[in-house]
Write a protein of this length. Sequence first.
Length: 457
Amino acid sequence: MFLSVFDMFKVGIGPSSSHTMGPMVAAGRFLDLMRASPFQFAGLRASLHGSLAFTGVGHATDRATILGLAGFTPEDYDAEAAEKVLEEIKQTRRISVDGLPELRFDPERDMIFDYDTKLAGHANGMMLMATDAQGDVTLRETYYSIGGGFVMTEKELAAGKDTDEGAPVPFPFKSAAEMLEMSAKSGKSIAGMKRANEEARGGAENLREGSKRLWQVMRDCIDRGLTTDGTLPGGLQVKRRAKGIYDALMAERGQNQSAPHTINDWMSVYAMAVNEENAAGGQVVTAPTNGAAGVMPATLRYYLDHVPGASEAHIEDFLLTAAAIGGLVKYNASISGAEAGCQAEVGSAAAMSAAGLCAVMGGTPQQIENAAEIALEHHLGMTCDPVKGLVQVPCIERNGLGAIKAVSAASLALRGDGTHLVPLDACIETMRQTGADMSEKYKETSLGGLAVNVPNC
């Protein structure tokens, strides 16, 4: 099993990796399918199902799908250009994209929210259709956005195409037990094994430059969030808080009057800054999802800015270790809130971050595995119940608490020798079972929990 660090961490746009980035990617794939087809097309249609329908407006799924059909991609998204294209489509009811004729598309009629039909493959399902001059569907494909920006067709999902099919890698571990065994036999750290796998597929230079870019985007996202105030879009009138908290923390610096627990405020504000940017539709890094995008940058920023002896030279090891843990969670359970609740998003992010921090602070492979287990264990059962379907409440603060748990988990693991009762593999399997047992209304549908007990306006 191999999942690249650049699969786990993707540069994209908010507010959701599965509900915004995934549909945009799916739409781009459908355009390629149309271009390869012998048929002549005159129109487009899209149908959202399951969680994509229930929280689609709050997550901007409709906008993302339309923009994807207009040729936009998450990697090079231009917000100003997107607004112009959306307005043009609304006025003309036409989409123009390279390699295809002008296509009819009425956003009010051809973007369908189907709340009644649940597609079998995954909670995040969508169908994209192309029509002929008479309006009959001549090409149809079903896509599933399975979390973290990963997208598969119905056939790919049924065939197990989410598993790795590339060239062999030196350390193909698919469980934490195998990871620890390979580490012991090879004498390599978890980051060292992951680095060898990455270099076998993409080369050392690609890994080095790609890791630098990931952290740069993360850090820029934190900095934007720390300096931007105002009210978040969506109708809940949620005010940005990161700037105010950050300004207060900076004013207190040097006064020697802060309580020791103030360090929690620093971790929280870094995470909140990222998730406020995500909620506003800004550029973020999925880590492993957009809804959990603040945990890892906050933990890494905490390490770099607050831990004595920290060095940016260790960033790559942090990311590699975190990606190794994230790959195990995705392969053996889920990173999708629509599939397993927020335990699969913020819980996974906390486990990954705890492992990364433990690694760069000198932890052994056993301590790193322990740190990941502690962080994930104490997110088990966490529901995904965003108010009004927006990635704002409780998501923004939840990332801050996830970062605090990640740091605490790493610290506890470093105080021990790696020996512990519950293996990470058992914890991941428990998360999978808990997600399967969890009521659908607590899995990113906004039909239960805070979403129905807090006024939406």
